[in-house]
Design a binder for this molecule. Sequence first.
Ligand code: ADE
Length: 427
Amino acid sequence: MEEKEKERKGYDVKDIGLAESGFKKTLWADRFMPVLALIRERFNREKPLKGVKISCCLHVTSETANLMRTLRAGGAELSLCASNPLSTQDEVAAALVKHFEVKTFAVKGEDNKRYYSHIESVLKENPNITIDDGADLVSTLHTRYKPLIPRILASMEETTTGMVRLRAMERDGSLKVPVIAVNDANTKHFFDNRYGTGQSTVDGIIRATNILFAGKTVVCCGYGWCGRGFATRARGMGATVIVTEVDPLRALEAVMDGFLVMPLEEASPLGDIFCTLTGCKSVIRSEHFSRMKDGAIVCNSGHFNVEIDIPALERMSSKIERGVRPYIDRYELRDGRSIFLLGEGRLINLAAAEGHPPSVMDMSFAIQALCAEYAAKNAGKLKACVYSVPKEIDNEVASLKLKSMGVKIDTLNDEQKRYLSSWEEGT
Ligand code: ADE
């Protein structure tokens, strides 16, 4: 869509005619997002975000649509762009425009130029709050949209990779807005990063390839929360799982969790499927490709498409066959071996599948909604640094989630409370 046309319409989506199916898909996801629904009911009554402009850069999925509905119920004016060129659900993008009053700029498969023009479109809405997944919005704000900085009450960050970038900005003094580290809330990363990434990464690999995990050797690069989720689920499907790590503590945990641990160079000739979940760059490189089996499958579930050194793979290849199946490219090495790259090295769980299931996004996005309310309530009080999510918000989301699941827990009695806050009593 031409720039002028996009601005006139106030959106850029693939096909507005897809809105009905995106609407139904959003309502289906909502059935599994009870915490967010409770917050939405309260927001609808109290309007804590009345008059607040929120610009979001998130994966445009049915779960995100339910976050948008919640913020809208709170009175916010919303704009949304994609946080990855390949993760947009086009029917949901259409529904957001047609049914949910969100200025949406996202098209699955958009090139880098259009991706960044969409980020600029949401910044041009003059936000008071930003919500980011990977920190592309905040970094564009700090480079090309500096005059907007004084308007920003806070920016929330959804993912580990984004937090790494924002902490680097804080360290070198370039962070100029308050940031709330949503990713680091316990009700976010314990569940979303581990169970969400674990299941959706297996889902993405299977939808792309239709392979059987049982009997395969899976190499999981990285044993952070996402890596341990994927390794555990792959093992549950009957694969032998090898973990590679650079952090000795995480490597030790992987050993004690019962995984094989070795350098990637040693794992390279053994693996049938390789998946990176590290947040780092150039994890799988030429020295690894050159040792892989004929037919090895390589993919990434980290935020950016830099974890696999694709330019090196291209240089090593005599032929590249695109689209041997949707989301699969075949790289033929000079000695005749084939390596299959999934989803152009972009996060496979969102490129080939639908991302994390709504039950976990329920907690992540409940935190986002409550942090938006917190930022609006504390307007002008937050400084340009990284804040943790307030403990009360984290605990409230855990309690509401348990309640929605019908799970009751015990409470401390007075004697126990006294015991836990004293030191005199011993053996
Ligand atoms: N990140 C991972 N899965 C997601 C989903 N389903 N929606 C939005 N962001 C996500």
